[in-house]
Design a protein around this ligand. Structure first.
Ligand SMILES: Cc1cc2nc3c(=O)[nH]c(=O)nc-3n(C[C@H](O)[C@H](O)[C@H](O)COP(=O)(O)OP(=O)(O)OC[C@H]3O[C@@H](n4cnc5c(N)ncnc54)[C@H](O)[C@@H]3O)c2cc1C
Length: 445
């Protein structure tokens, strides 16, 4: 019997996992990888799933959001998790690997798989048939150009200008207040500052160190996406007349207009994540945290996604993708990894697994699948589908992606738990749901 074929473009973190998932699901795979004949500015070898920077796949354990995603990936027999096990090095509470050994293991598994044909060449056009696009944040120029056919020339970004995203539960709503400028819709959370508090914030942003970009990462910034540290560098009053403008934002607690205001805008449908408006930043992460925590109302802020400013190719997922990772405009095309709007090695591999599995299912005439909402992968792909498309930035794993957890005691009242108590329960809930779901999917084949 002739088996159906699918194509995967890119053998990075997402493409390697996609190719193996599809082959295991019973289809033939044509996998295209342009390295080493054409390198990206960040990769150094021709190995598959090369880790371009850190050698860590994130923290482990049942209080860690990455730990839950790792457990889900182990459940489905992930290639990246298998390679991490083989190449593991000691790193405290993190899953760190010897990068050479890690990518050599992935390369060997893929190249020796009887259902996968590797083509060591660039693909500059999205081909016919069922395709997984996994060409990553440094997608070749020709392919990026061709992608515009699927996005009506829009919804494709070439750099990140991201502001920190804060978990709602960590915002002090005794200080912050909801209000729209000039009493328009109260869609924003506002953090008010008096003159002294503004001076303290200004000192923190002035003292903070910026990330030093590689030459190829350097960007020309438009006025509309200037980093907050650059706005501050132009003068002590400049932020107050820019993103921190207090006009029309009366504080109900003092019945006065504050000296300056930091606004937060809702990022996800459930309102668990809020991004800082106009606060795109390239500051080093520890300095960024210090700067954010000088803002009244954000003194205990949990940053679920740090601000970054660097070159990056990704789609505006909520406009163009569904949670099955199919293109809305052409459902035979699936997208994974950073291109799909995720951030991180593990997230790329996980969406690669789902896109590869769904590509195979489509080729075999089966319905595509989406993991349950309480699982980390289910939360992540639902976020991609439903996030606020305005200024959409790639998202990494975090607890705000899954529904809030409030246990009900036998008398029916709701008990509020601290993070330490809650997270192992959220971990167990997510993993149990994921296992039950995957068991059903496997039984359904
Ligand atoms: C400089 C940099 C540093 C990063 N550091 C980290 C980090 O420390 N930790 C972390 O978790 N994440 C990091 N990331 C983010 C992200 O997790 C990684 O980039 C991850 O590798 C993304 O996986 P991917 O599969 O989307 O892309 P990649 O792993 O980059 O894979 C894409 C593959 O597609 C190939 N390709 C591109 N275009 C074509 C084409 N037209 N035809 C054929 N092949 C093509 C590329 O050669 C590449 O092998 C970093 C990103 C960058 C750019």
């Amino acid at each position: 019997m002739n088996l159906p074929r699918i194509t995967v473009i890119g053998a990075g973190l997402s493409g390697s996992e996609a190719a193996l998932a599809a082959a295991r699901a019973g289809v033939l795979v044509d996998l295209y990888e342009m390295r080493p004949s054409k390198m990206t500015p960040a990769h150094r070898s021709g190995n598959f799933a090369e880790l371009v920077c850190s050698n860590s796949l994130g923290g482990e354990g049942d209080t860690n959001a990455k730990g839950l995603l790792q457990a889900e990936m182990r459940e489905v027999g992930s290639l990246i998790m298998e390679a991490a096990q083989v190449a593991r090095v000691p790193a405290g509470g993190a899953l760190a690997v010897s990068r050479e050994e890690f990518s050599q293991h992935v390369t060997a598994q893929i190249r020796s798989h009887p259902k996968i044909t590797v083509h060591d060449t660039e693909l500059s056009r999205v081909p016919e048939g069922i395709v997984v696009l996994a060409s990553g944040p440094l997608t070749s120029d020709a392919l990026a150009q061709d992608l515009q056919r699927f996005t009506e020339g829009e919804h494709l970004a070439f750099y990140d200008a991201a502001a920190p995203v804060i978990s709602f539960e960590s915002i002090n709503m005794d200080i912050a207040y909801r209000k729209g400028r000039y009493d328009q819709e109260a869609d924003y959370i506002n953090c008010p500052m008096d003159k002294e508090q503004y001076a303290a914030w200004y000192q923190a942003v002035s003292d903070a160190r910026a990330h030093t970009p590689h030459d190829w990462e350097k960007l020309e910034f438009f006025e509309g996406c200037m980093p907050i540290e650059e706005i501050a560098r132009r003068g002590v009053e400049t932020p107050r007349f820019g993103p921190m403008k207090p006009k029309g934002l009366h504080n109900p607690a003092t019945d006065r207009e504050p000296w300056a205001v930091v606004q937060l805008r809702q990022e996800d449908a459930a309102g668990q994540m809020w991004s800082m408006v106009g606060f795109q930043t390239g500051l080093k992460w520890p300095d960024q945290k210090l700067m954010v925590q000088t803002i009244p109302g954000l003194e205990n802020a949990e940053i679920v996604r740090y601000g970054v400013m660097h070159r990056n190719t990704y789609l505006c997922a909520p406009k163009v993708l569904t949670a099955t990772l199919q293109m809305r405009s052409d459902p035979r095309v699936l997208v994974a990894g950073v291109l799909a709007g995720t951030e991180g090695y593990l997230e790329s591999a996980a969406t690669g697994w789902l896109a590869g599995t769904n590509a195979a299912r489509l080729a075999l005439g089966q319905e595509p699948i989406v993991p349950p909402p309480s699982s980390m992968l289910g939360g992540l792909v639902r976020y991609l589908e439903s996030a606020n498309p305005k200024n959409f930035q790639p998202m990494n794993t975090n607890w705000a992606l899954v529904p809030e957890f409030t246990p009900i005691n036998p008398l029916g009242s709701r008990k509020k738990l601290g993070k330490r108590e809650k997270r192992p329960l959220m971990f167990a809930r997510g993993l149990e749901a994921f296992k039950a779901w995957w068991g059903e999917v496997k039984g359904d084949k």
